[in-house]
Ligand binder design. Structure first.
Ligand code: SF4
Length: 535
């Protein structure tokens, strides 16, 4: 079961983690076959089939929310950002000029490259749209999961931050931090850790008895990162990442719910129904008429009787559900069947529970661990639950959202890998080296120029075209389209096309590196410790 929720409903059925264990790889494991898609935060970042991420993991297509995004970024318009979880909520906040946040993190394991630039740009764009924006250095993760020394981490951290600033991140408006230096973050991670357990980590991440405990702690730290923008007040938050980070996003969404004081669900009587029973009873409530039972209200026992008189076909649910629902209805006897909204006590203090009782208007039924109300819509109840939670020192977290970008193909074909220099372009590469790498990149071209003129190039399979679409065209859609059309139409030949791309790459690197230099001073003035006292 994978939850496909675009909102932050507090249904208790939603709160347990149910990850698809067989498709998530353990650290460096090889459990998945050729065709399997694995989302492994510490594995190799490739996805062979993006469609499977929708079908198997429940990631939603970005195109579904695109029309609701004000001035979408070119990465959104061009389908580079292909997926999301719950991004509608962030888009709505942008539309309505309401507070929202964006946060992402970077493991300082090497030099920042053009793949990281996608995330830098996504953060900066959300900041320009008015979001409260955070960039963090995942140094605890780099140390515990990748074994980097603090010295190496310090050096690389500086490089990530310089590029982020050079690309336009406003450090006065936004927040930059290192995991290791952020005490508030550690406190939050400790709290969140109390809502997760090790078997869950085993099934999500493939952790086992050999996994080092600091690695486990770095996961809880990432959970805190994701919820950090909501420490002062809950707000829709987007986490722009690659799809390999989706297991983290799902867990964080779950933890956000598990931390809540109250859950809100819908019910029909004093007892609890599971999802299928609920569907059955809702349908019967809709179709049955109390007058047929010679009574002024529809009572549980009436519904049980009605079930007896119906065929399995008419009921349209499995036999087990029919009999369990019927037993519950029989047991409740003459209790009227009435739709209601239910507040469940999840983590509330006694004071908060009492405060909620006081705050509810109209008819209410108070039980030990829940309160039923009759004059609220579910949305109104959720709003009230959050208000009371916040007035009573709770966080009131809103489920974080995410957006996912495609991984860039390596310039040498195959995957782009930090360990294969020719496959990627570092933002710190000498501009001439950048030029050379593009010139020797693999293309989607045909064997001969004549064939290319006749059949056109395969832009969709061409890493050079990707460079145009992801980076070199910038905001200029017309230019990106022109390159594409000319290529597939056979008017563009690879030699010239690469020459043009290589020139543009060189210019980009020159300009970026100038800006990095200008950012040095800015970085030194910032309140971020770049020399770790750790060893
Ligand atoms: Fe790629 Fe350009 Fe060749 Fe087309 S013409 S296949 S985009 S290098």
């Amino acid at each position: 079961m994978i939850r496909d929720d675009t909102d932050d409903t507090n249904d208790p059925d939603d709160s347990s983690t149910a990850f698809d264990t067989q498709t998530v790889l353990p650290d460096g494991g090889t459990a998945a076959g050729e065709d399997d898609v694995a989302l492994d935060p510490w594995g190799s970042a490739t996805v062979s089939d993006y469609r499977k991420l929708f079908e198997e993991f429940g990631i939603e297509e970005f195109d579904g929310v695109l029309p609701e995004v004000p001035n979408p970024h070119y990465l959104m318009r061009r389908g580079v950002i292909f997926g999301n979880r719950g991004y509608r909520r962030v888009a709505e906040a942008m539309q309505n000029d309401e507070p929202f946040a964006a946060l992402s993190g970077f493991m300082p394991t090497g030099e920042p490259h053009i793949g990281h630039k996608l995330v830098f740009d996504e953060l900066i764009w959300h900041q320009q749209q008015g979001g409260d924006t955070y960039g963090l250095i995942a140094d605890l993760e780099a140390h515990s999961a990748r074994g980097l020394s603090w010295e190496e981490i310090d050096e690389h951290s500086r490089d990530y931050l310089l590029s982020l600033l050079a690309l336009g991140f406003d450090a006065e408006e936004g927040t930059l931090y290192r995991q290791s230096e952020n005490r508030e973050l550690q406190d939050l991670s400790f709290e969140l850790g109390s809502k997760a357990n090790f078997s869950e980590f085993q099934s999500i991440y493939g952790f086992d008895g050999e996994t080092n405990v600091s690695h486990v702690q770095s996961v809880v730290t990432q959970m805190a990162d994701i919820l950090y923008p909501q420490l002062d007040e809950p707000k829709p938050t987007v986490i722009p990442v690659g799809p390999d980070q989706d297991p983290h996003v799902r867990l964080a969404r779950d933890l956000a719910v598990r931390m809540r004081f109250f859950g809100v669900t819908e019910a029909y009587a004093s007892f609890e129904l599971n999802e299928d029973e609920q569907k059955l009873v809702a349908e019967l409530y809709r179709t049955l008429d109390s007058a047929d039972f010679d009574d002024d209200s529809l009572r549980c026992v009436h519904v049980a009787q009605a079930i007896d008189g119906m065929t399995p076909d008419e009921l349209d649910v499995d036999a087990e559900t029919v009999s369990s629902a019927k037993a519950k209805l029989d047991e409740a006897g003459m209790e009227p069947l009435r739709p209601r909204v239910r507040f469940l006590d999840r983590n509330a203090t006694n004071e908060a529970f009492d405060a909620l009782i006081d705050a509810i208007d109209g008819e209410k039924r108070v039980f030990d661990e829940h309160i039923d109300v009759f004059d609220y819509s579910r949305e109104e109840a959720e709003e009230l639950a959050r208000e009371v939670e916040m007035e009573n020192d709770g966080y009131g977290f809103i489920m974080p959202s995410s957006i996912y970008h495609r991984f860039m193909t390596g310039l040498t074909g195959g995957k782009m890998s930090s360990s294969v220099p020719a496959s990627h372009i570092s933002l710190m590469d000498d501009p001439q080296d950048g030029y050379d790498k593009v010139k020797s990149a693999t293309t989607g071209g045909r064997e001969t120029a004549d064939l290319q003129r006749e059949k056109g190039g395969k832009a969709d399979e061409c890493p050079v075209y990707e460079l145009y679409a992801y980076l070199l065209s910038g905001d200029d859609d017309e230019f990106a389209t022109e390159v594409y059309e000319e290529c597939v139409g056979g008017e563009r030949l690879c030699g010239g096309c690469k020459e043009q791309a290589a020139e543009l790459m060189k210019e980009f690197l020159e300009e970026h590196q100038e800006k990095r230099e200008e950012a040095e001073e800015l970085l030194d003035e910032l309140d971020i410790q770049l020399e770790s006292s750790r060893r």
